[in-house]
Design a protein around this ligand. Sequence first.
Ligand SMILES: [Fe+2]
Ligand SMILES: [Fe+2]
Length: 274
Amino acid sequence: MHQPTQSAKSWTLDNVPYGDVDPSMVRDQEHLFYLVTAASFIEIAADLYTDNLIQYFDGDQEVVDWLENKWKPEEVRHGYVLRDYVAHVWPGFDWQAAYDGFFQEYSRMCTVDEFEPSRCLEMVARCVVETGTSTFYQAMSQLTEEPVLAGIVARIRADEVGHYKYFYRFFRQYSATEPPGRIKILAALKRRMIEARNDDAECALRHAYAIRCRQGDPGFSSFKELMSTLGAQVKRHYPVDMAAKMLIKPLDLPRALARLLQGPVATATKKIML
Ligand SMILES: [Fe+2]
Ligand SMILES: [Fe+2]
């Protein structure tokens, strides 16, 4: 019987026990292949927009230091860990070719112009992004029984929640000196959520699918079928309440009102984000 080399709790994202993975538990789960691959692309490409973001916050040393020394390395590490998992379980897949195609298209989409009009509101937008990643990895942790992948996504999820907390803290700092008001915060939330819908994920999946087709084994008869299967899988496990709670937090609503709004916001979140 296969014996794990380390106890399940002892490893970190710096020393993932890939040798403990039983590929037969996941190899045939095409939806997992696509989710892990697409996530690896987007996480590694964080490298690109982090530089834009750092430029945007130029002069605010605390934010810049954190983005450079903590946030960026963690996001990129997520990407490399997921990439290595793909290489371990699906070694025939030409990850680099798919990533190169993705990067070429994605790098044209990331420009400074897409940032919010103020630093405070950009922090709100960052909270939306981290809500998206935290809840995505939460859903993914429900999608696999393979212990190493489950451990990876649980650890990444914890990092993403940590990122949310930092961005939220920076948002509070900015709003203490120049409060933007709830209307503008709500508009920033909405803008970013709508943007999240026609997501980077589609771009990443399209490039992964193209290479799988070229290699003769896409696993799905069409890209449309792939998208609807993934949508259904993620939707089934998507933590809407967690998303709603994180999204309305920057509005700093009175507790009773926040509680009242959570249900409708959860419903709206499901419609917009999924
Ligand atoms: Fe990440
Ligand atoms: Fe993050």
